[in-house]
Design a protein around this ligand. Structure first.
Ligand SMILES: [Zn+2]
Length: 229
């Protein structure tokens, strides 16, 4: 049915989410040029991602896929995924990330993928949880199952964007609770979020999980805020 998709492309041209160029039939979300220049995390910053959690919670490893830099046009990918009703962008980026993660053994020993939950209210408003889609993308490539709802977000914290480091930490205290510890007891889980900045939200979630059950935790976020906002 190539002619149908060609026709649809002609009537409703799709555009690259980064540069705005019209996409060809083979391209998805990004044009080939923007895909080639995707700002993947460089080796020298990999340790930095784990250091975000040092002394705060006990994790096995942490990894992100791309940078979230101030003024970068690539941030549009993440905005579309999170606020623009395009969560499938997160799934596709996660599938690309998974290929590299599999090559370097990042998934070795991981039993389950756990997306960071949204509060019920926020989930309803947005219609989806972007972390669910990222988890799904990793799962599709790695074959590791996703476990949802073992931890829940009991209150919707205000947006972290314009808060200082200290405010961010206070803002997330007590927002998670462990609902089904038996689902992850004794497992090594991979906790998923969209963007890593101070790590306050993920740290709080990891602490709540480890207070309620015996499990190892690794972390994956799609993006890492390099120039701290
Ligand atoms: Zn482009």
């Amino acid at each position: 049915m190539k002619w149908i998709s060609d026709l649809i492309d002609l009537i409703f041209p799709r555009h690259c989410l980064v540069c705005g160029e019209v996409l060809s039939r083979q391209e998805q979300d990004l044009c080939l040029d923007c895909l080639y220049k995707l700002p993947k995390i460089e080796k020298i910053h990999i340790d930095e991602i784990e250091k975000v959690f040092w002394g705060k919670c006990d994790i096995v490893s942490a990894m992100s896929y791309i940078y979230y830099r101030k003024e970068s046009p690539y941030n549009r990918l993440l905005h579309k995924m999170k606020y623009g009703n395009r969560p499938e962008v997160g799934r596709r980026l996660a599938m690309m990330a998974a290929e590299g993660l599999m090559q370097n053994g990042f998934f070795d020993g991981i039993d389950a993928i756990v997306p960071l939950p949204l509060s019920k209210k926020k989930h309803r408003q947005r219609g989806y949880n972007q972390s669910d889609y990222i988890a799904e993308g990793l799962s599709l490539k790695s074959g590791i199952p996703v476990i949802k709802d073992c931890v829940i977000r009991t209150k919707a914290n205000e947006t972290q964007t314009h808060k200082s480091r200290e405010e961010r930490w206070r803002n997330v205290e007590g927002i998670f609770s462990l609902a089904k510890p038996e689902a992850i007891e004794g497992k090594h889980i991979l906790l998923i979020d969209d963007i890593l900045t101070t790590g306050a939200t993920l740290t709080n979630c990891a602490i709540v999980i480890q207070q309620g059950c015996n499990c190892k935790i690794s972390i994956f976020t799609l993006a890492y805020t390099y120039n701290k906002i």
